[in-house]
Ligand binder design. Structure first.
Ligand SMILES: NC(=O)c1ccc[n+]([C@@H]2O[C@H](COP(=O)([O-])OP(=O)(O)OC[C@H]3O[C@@H](n4cnc5c(N)ncnc54)[C@H](O)[C@@H]3O)[C@@H](O)[C@H]2O)c1
Length: 294
């Protein structure tokens, strides 16, 4: 049986990248989906995936009344709301910390964290009114787990999503509304191209150029695809995770659970040069237990 049969979902930022893959995965599992996106590129998904299953509403996720209208539209169009995915985002302010501009900082926080808060607010209102529970899934980032992936503003907003969701899950548990987070690693989407001012017609080629260097960095040896994230979101959205709330899942090919550098190799090299400097017979030299990497 399809995992989201008769479910209605809202996906913000569903027009492309990770959000689009989430919309496609949800529709494939029987859901009806309303996409809220600031860019009308999402509108074509209505005809691509079928207007009886997918609807688009232009939405700026930083605007309270837009999110309220987005949830109301889902109810008007498809009758209810079971799943809310807070996905829309961008890299936001990437200026050096010493040049931090308060307005730009506030905009970044509003886009990345405020949108998640508003998504919870209006989804929870509707789900409480329906009295049948629901699932809210928010997209954080490995930048919310480890420093150094992006600007301090982006990293802080993404970290705050993790704790916002934990707190929300506590507040909403009695109503059977779950809140969980997916933290993507390095995923091949236009997000970097947009931040680097790549022209839209070159997004695809530019994104593709990141495949090999991302693969070199990632312990599992390949860049992430939007579908990798969509499958994790699908799990949190479906009944398979019905006893899970307040949790997060990094989908990052091992980036945040492994060092990413060869400490064994560094020590082996130090041992070798140490042995070369000391005047001892071979059998008295210090040793180093090689592992599979060296
Ligand atoms: N791609 C990655 O490597 C990566 C890694 C970690 C986290 N993320 C997060 O995943 C989410 C999706 O990113 P993506 O890579 O698919 O990016 P993307 O740029 O491909 O897509 C983002 C979508 O959000 C929409 N959007 C932007 N601002 C909006 C606003 N104010 N209101 C409504 N919609 C808006 C855009 O129009 C676009 O359709 C973001 O929250 C991002 O921070 C991405």
């Amino acid at each position: 049986m399809p995992r989201l049969l008769n479910k209605v979902a809202v996906v913000t930022g569903g027009g492309r990248g990770i959000g689009k893959a989430i919309v496609e995965a949800f529709v494939a599992e029987g859901a009806r989906v309303v996409i809220g996106d600031i860019d009308t590129h999402a509108a074509s998904l209505e005809s691509q995936l079928g207007a009886e299953r997918v609807a688009f509403k232009r939405t700026d996720v930083t605007v309270d009344s837009d999110i309220e209208a987005l949830v109301a539209y889902a109810v008007q169009r498809f009758g209810r709301l079971d799943i809310m995915v807070n996905n829309a985002g961008a890299l936001g302010d990437q200026a050096a910390l010493v040049n931090l501009d308060p307005n730009s900082f506030a905009k970044t926080i509003a886009l990345l964290l405020g949108s998640v808060a508003l998504g919870h607010k209006y989804a929870a209102r509707q789900m409480i009114a329906q009295a049948e529970g629901g699932s809210i899934v928010s997209i954080s980032s490995i930048a919310g787990i480890q420093a150094g992936w992006s600007s301090a503003s982006y990293d802080a907003a993404k970290a705050a999503i993790l704790h916002f969701s934990r707190s929300a899950s506590y507040e909403l548990a009695a109503k059977q509304i779950r809140s969980n987070v997916v933290a993507p690693g390095l995923i091949l989407t236009p997000i970097i191209g947009t931040a680097c001012d790549v022209a839209p017609e070159h997004y695809e080629a530019f994104t593709e150029s990141l495949r090999a260097p991302y693969g070199d960095l990632i312990p599992l040896g390949r860049a992430g695809n939007p579908e990798d994230i969509a499958q994790a979101v699908l799990f949190f959205a479906s009944a398979e995770s019905s006893h899970i709330t307040g949790q997060s899942l990094a989908v990052d090919g091992g980036l945040t659970s492994m060092t990413g550098f060869d400490i064994g190799g560094v020590v082996a090299q130090a041992v070798e040069s140490f042995n070369a400097q000391i005047d001892r017979p071979d059998d008295g030299k210090i040793g180093w237990l090689p592992n599979k990497n060296h």
